[in-house]
Design a protein around this ligand. Structure first.
Ligand SMILES: *[C@@H]1O[C@H](CO)[C@@H](O)[C@H](O)[C@H]1NC(C)=O
Ligand SMILES: *[C@@H]1O[C@H](CO)[C@@H](O)[C@H](O)[C@H]1NC(C)=O
Ligand SMILES: *[C@@H]1O[C@H](CO)[C@@H](O)[C@H](O)[C@H]1NC(C)=O
Ligand SMILES: *[C@@H]1O[C@H](CO)[C@@H](O)[C@H](O)[C@H]1NC(C)=O
Length: 322
């Protein structure tokens, strides 16, 4: 029953796997955005035929800004009540704090009676999720390292800016193109500024990525995102979901019992470093999990092949800067 995202290893990856440089930045400088009460179609041409993605919020369409010719993405979020609008404005507020190449950038926002539209950096390579299930890509362990490093770097920046993502899953990680391993984290719809001892009630759909403290309606913190990173790493290396049960109830019970293992044959060739990395994230007690900086320093992400210097997690300085 764990096998829901099966990866068949038929073709060799032709991706330039060890290229660990940052993805291209957004084609505009970081902006502080607030929702403007004007009609988006006075400024942009939205391609209603081209749906880039969707979710509980609504749909994302490709669009072009008339004045600049810039290709962007319009995320149309249904929000009628004042309360619904406040939730979207929180998303805008959170994104205003985040200026990093691994985090999707916000360009503008438009508010009308029934919705708020976020105009975002356009990212065209599809979901990481599709790579996991696409039989035409064989994800090598080094591919996973490259993906996970970038997610970690995005998380490190978010956490430095006191932002929790709280909805990290493969669907919310976009590839920059079909031919590179560059990624950007998207969807800050559940993200929030960290407040110590804030409890969080999440209205969740798929439970596979939820941390135990979220299910338990307990305090959430930066390491709540690190649990999700552990789940994503497990999936990238195996195509399997670590906690998936026969139904949602069983999945939730597996998470609360922290019941997972490397027994599936998909892990036969997985390195000990990779297993150790996951084992230091999928821990019930969030204070025992690695933080983003520690994860970047873990041997799996900073080994000799990749030549990543380790970072002093207190000062942020690289240890090679002697
Ligand atoms: C924007 O450009 C499109 C395509 O060129 C055009 O059809 C549309 O009328 C323009 N909209 C505005 C408000 O200028
Ligand atoms: C894999 O490649 C084949 C041949 O190029 C293509 O027909 C098929 O649609 C691809 N599969 C996916 C999931 O994209
Ligand atoms: C869910 O799991 C709990 C604990 O194992 C069990 O007591 C409960 O009956 C289950 N509920 C459903 C709807 O299966
Ligand atoms: C989690 O670990 C911390 C540090 O070791 C400890 O103080 C705390 O009691 C633990 N929490 C639980 C619920 O076990």
């Amino acid at each position: 029953s764990k096998v829901n995202y099966h990866v068949s290893a038929l073709l060799l990856s032709t991706l330039p796997t060890a290229d660990t440089t940052s993805p291209p930045a957004a084609p505009f400088n970081h902006r502080i955005v607030s929702a403007r009460p004007s009609q988006i179609r006075n400024f942009y041409t939205i391609n209603w035929q081209e749906v880039l993605g969707g979710g509980r919020f609504g749909q994302v369409h490709k669009c072009v800004e008339n004045s600049s010719g810039l290709t962007l993405a319009a995320k149309i979020i249904k929000a009628r009540s004042q309360k619904e609008k406040e939730v979207v404005k929180n998303e805008i507020q959170v994104m205003n704090n985040l200026d990093h190449a691994n985090l999707i950038q916000l360009y503008a926002a438009y508010e009308s009676r029934n919705d708020i539209i976020l105009v975002l950096e356009y990212v065209g390579g599809g979901e990481l999720f599709d790579r996991i299930i696409d039989e035409n890509y064989t994800l090598m362990e080094l591919d996973a390292v490259v993906f996970i490093r970038q997610i970690c770097e995005g998380l490190q920046h978010m956490h430095k800016m006191s932002v929790l993502h709280l909805d990290l899953k493969p669907e919310n990680i976009l590839c920059v193109s079909r031919v590179t391993n560059k990624i950007k984290i998207i969807d800050f719809g559940l993200a929030r500024i960290y407040k110590p001892r804030e409890k969080l009630k999440v209205n969740f759909g798929t439970p596979e990525f939820l941390a135990p403290e979220v299910i338990n309606y307990d305090y959430v913190s930066f390491n709540t995102d690190m649990w999700s990173l552990g789940v994503i790493t497990y999936m990238l290396l195996s195509g399997l979901c670590p906690f998936l049960g026969d139904d949602d109830n069983q999945t939730l019970n597996n998470i609360l019992a922290c019941q997972w293992n490397f027994e599936e044959q998909e892990f036969i060739d997985t390195s000990e470093e990779a297993k150790d990395f996951i084992s230091r994230l999928l821990l019930v007690n969030r204070s025992w999990r690695m933080g983003a900086c520690e994860a970047l320093n873990h041997p799996w992400l900073s080994d000799a092949v990749l030549h990543h210097p380790s970072i002093n997690c207190e000062t942020g300085k690289k240890f090679t800067e002697k």
